[in-house]
Ligand binder design. Structure first.
Ligand code: PHE
Length: 355
């Protein structure tokens, strides 16, 4: 072959081709449609018959051996590539799997639902009211007159519309529920929801959650209140918990009592968390004031009731033994994940989280 060197030289280039692409180029160069050997075969017709036969045989032999060399090298390269792939794409089946991230409900949501569960089992139903509330529902209807010190005590957030506040407690839902019942008996509701006060420290955040409770019927007494709330405390915190009621004051209940439960940290012995008293306050409550019953459309000479209100955060702090409430609202997943350990959503697990 004129400008191509010997057959031996061609075969050598083929054997040295490093990739299938390179090999393809060599194939085109020699035996492709415009390859050198192909071109020369096209020229054969121009030669004298004798010469044509001799040259034809020679070209055919070249072509055959180039094709054979190409096939051989192709097989080698495919094989090489497969082996390289085996090394690179090796799967280590002994590597431990990646654990899927399991989402869980926010601790405060779980506490709220747990409280709801307890009261739903006791025959209460759920009630809701607006977070932007009228001053009438938030204060006046609850027997808190405009100049009452309780309004300062509760440091309200007011909105631009006169007469409206961000509700400072869930107690306005007492009035709304009684109105919705239109005199029917019994009224037996709990009202979970967001509430707002100008407070901000380790144990108070400006937006927090309460669960209100209200029972109105004939012959309801303080004993129904203490009985119901003691059952609730045992359901929430376990049978080992003790409760006590201390007299207190709220404009919308008379008499008013606050309920304490034994401190989860020291179990009543006295520690930093309970300020050495052995008790932690968890709710305010009392016998519904006659004025409040009237504002709800009920006749206080016929019916009586009890009401209570508790902060969900306070209860969560007790259950989980927290001393800074704000962490629960920063929603750092790394922190919230720490509530996952040993804390299922079942009542048993929930109680055992006190241990
Ligand atoms: N609303 C009161 C508070 O926010 C709690 C309460 C509710 C007290 C119902 C008595 C009866 O502190």
């Amino acid at each position: 072959m004129e400008q191509g060197g010997t057959l031996e030289a061609i075969q050598q280039t083929i054997r040295q081709a490093a990739t299938l692409d390179e090999l393809k180029e060599i194939r085109n160069q020699w035996v492709g449609r415009k390859g050198r050997i192909t071109e020369q075969m096209k020229e054969l017709s121009r030669l004298a018959p004798d010469l044509r036969r001799e040259r034809g045989a020679e070209l055919n032999a070249w072509r055959e051996s180039v094709l054979a060399a190409l096939t051989r090298r192709e097989e080698e390269l495919v094989d090489l590539e497969e082996r390289r792939a085996l090394v690179h794409e090796r799967l280590d089946l002994t590597i431990p799997g990646r654990r899927p991230e399991v989402g869980l409900l926010h601790p405060l949501t779980r506490v709220r639902r747990r409280i709801e569960d307890v009261f739903l089992r006791l025959g209460f139903s759920l009630a809701y009211g607006p977070q932007v509330e009228s001053e009438w529902y938030n204060f006046e209807a609850l027997n808190i007159p405009p100049d009452h010190p309780a309004r300062d005590m509760q440091d309200s957030f007011f909105v631009d519309v006169p007469g409206l506040v961000l509700r400072t407690h869930t107690s306005p839902v007492q009035i709304r529920s009684m109105q919705r019942h239109q005199g029917k008996l019994p009224v037996k509701i709990i009202a979970p929801g967001l509430t707002y006060r100008r407070d901000d420290d380790a144990t108070h955040v400006p937006m927090f959650q309460q669960v209100e409770g209200l029972v109105v019927d004939e012959g309801i007494s303080l004993a129904d209140l203490t009985g119901t709330l003691t059952v609730m405390a045992q359901e929430l915190f376990g049978d080992g918990v003790d409760t006590r009621f201390r007299s207190s004051y709220f404009p919308f209940t008379e008499p008013s009592v606050e309920m304490d439960v034994t401190c989860a940290v020291c179990r009543g012995a006295g520690c930093r968390v309970c300020k050495e008293t052995g008790w932690v306050e968890i709710l305010g409550s009392g016998v519904v004031h006659p004025v409040v019953l009237e504002n709800g459309g009920y006749d206080p000479s016929i019916v009586t009731g009890f009401a209570f209100g508790m902060g969900i955060e306070r209860i969560a702090m007790r259950i989980f033994g927290l001393d800074d409430l704000r962490l629960l609202y920063q929603n750092d997943v790394r922190y919230l994940d720490t509530f996952q350990s040993g804390e299922g959503d079942g009542p048993g697990d929930f109680k055992s989280s006190l241990a």
